[in-house]
Design a protein around this ligand. Structure first.
Ligand SMILES: [Zn+2]
Length: 117
């Protein structure tokens, strides 16, 4: 008699496993990206990037002549584009003069507008 009761009791007291459900793992894994593939900065990093001092300021060049092609070419990329200031380190004032000089030089065909294929 007592055996029966004990068996039933044991059955009832079996743990119902309350934590068995697969809870939603709240790990918002935001750190799983790691370094980006192929998103490197620079692109064509051919231009010098050190020495962030304006070349014209250091050399005390005040007026930039459009006829100074060799000078201008340092600030024109191979494709004929003007290299942005943050790459060359030229100050705003000189970059402006430089841009004007380059455009003038283009107009008289000293510099190419853009490279042709
Ligand atoms: Zn300058």
């Amino acid at each position: 008699m007592s055996e029966e009761t004990q068996a039933k009791a044991a059955e009832a007291s079996a743990p119902a496993a309350p934590q068995a459900a697969s809870g939603p793992a709240q790990g918002s894994g935001s750190h799983a990206n790691g370094p980006r593939p192929g998103g490197g900065p620079g692109g064509r990093g051919k231009f010098f990037r050190r020495k962030k001092v304006c070349k014209f300021c250091t050399e005390k060049i005040d007026a930039i002549s459009y006829r100074d092609v060799r000078l201008l070419q340092q600030f024109v990329a191979e494709r004929g584009k003007i290299v942005p200031r943050r790459l060359t380190g030229v100050c705003t004032t000189h970059q402006r003069r430089l841009t004007r000089a380059i455009k003038q030089a283009r107009n008289i065909a000293l510099l190419p507008f853009a490279a042709r294929h």
